[in-house]
Design a protein around this ligand. Sequence first.
Ligand code: AMP
Ligand code: ZN
Length: 466
Amino acid sequence: MKIYNTLTRTVEEFKPNTEGKVKIYTCGPTVYHFAHIGNLRSYLHEDILEKYLRYAGYDVQRAMNITDVGHLSSDGDTGDDKMVSSAKREHKSVLDIAKIYTDAFFADFEKLNIRKPDIVVPATSQINEYITVITKLLADGYAYASGGNIYFDTSKLKDYYVLTNHKKEDLIIGAREDVDEDENKRNKEDFVLWFTKSKFEDQELKWESPWGYGYPGWHIECSCISMKYLGEYLDIHCGGVDNIFPHHTNEIAQSEAYLGHKWCNYWFHIEHLNLGNAKMSKSKGEIYTVDSLIEKGYHPLSYRYFVLSSHYRRTLEFTLENLSGAENAYLKLKSRISRLNKANDTLEEEMFAKYKKQFMDAMEDDFNTSLALTTVYDIMKAETNDYTKLKLIEDLDQVLSLDLLKEEEEATPVIENEAEILALIAERNEAKKNKDYARADEIRNSLAEQGIRLIDTKEGTKFEVI
Ligand code: AMP
Ligand code: ZN
């Protein structure tokens, strides 16, 4: 199985620390708001990673934190705590906010058929772990107290930038927002392990510690939760590419300083979902949530299909038009599958093995989900009986989780001439730009006659079947 490893910047053969077992850690959400579909792109690919490893026979153990304290608006040590800002905005307590958005997050998981990791740990439940690890880092000289906070001393490491190959200029734009110079730091790259009241007086959740009443930094949470629940040797650590720096860089620094050996072998990073020219982000501009797509009439699994149609290491451009395209393809595929004959028949083993292998080859080539999806289309065209096709699709759908065999309650119309409609929409946009409203109206009316209604939204023109 081949997997791209951010740490080595190469596609590598996957070899877990213990044969047959895989330990995966996933950075969980900061639960101050609804997850947007960009966040969920990352969790969808991580879901595929986990499910494929299980499908391939590995015994997978996966842990995820829920960040309910310590994540500042900068990803570094500046700005307000995101949870505190949200609680103020919504006139609720931090813990209420955490509960509301954690529940909403897992409700989104269900809508997108994402498996909830076996181990899910709120950051606020592990204060003693942080204190234990920080105490050792201080004792071993990897951390220091300054201005009331405890900092990690990055100059004590041989290679702080191991994950990013010392190329600061290559770091993802937008991730290095930590621009302030904190005078308490010995080195610019040092980061906070424990904040005390000296930093934010209005922090709602604080705990006693040997260094004063305070709260943990975001980075230490993931290191401690991972080490506690998955042990000192981790196979795969996941997250979106914006987590590479500073978050994952800092996680490696702390964990390896604490353990005294290499911690995680493979770093699996998902590229961003973009809206316009920038990554979809809660703090910068417009977002879509799963519910907002459902309100617009989309099937939530169309978004899963849309995400799986692209490779996780490529940025993916989100537009409602692109999603409509995916929805049409998805529903059309389901409708074709629903027409297969469900009667029992003999399983054509050779054909079953052939397409299963094709699927596995695609997945084992650094998780090429779009090629894996193509296998389903190839199965539909294959020279085999319907029973074998259905068994194959059922098998592959354990990983794809697209409910390919589930009948839709309401038959959704299949749009055969989608490309043509999209071309007419583009032509109409052009006509409107050139103030040729007569042509624009003509296109709208001719589509209406074919039962296609155009809906102009801020994000572009959508269409629906009347
Ligand atoms: P957060 O809740 O901000 O901590 O982010 C949760 C996860 O979503 C992290 O793994 C991020 O790297 C990831 N993420 C954030 N924005 C995007 C995006 N636009 N596309 C894909 N993943 C993202
Ligand atoms: Zn993390």
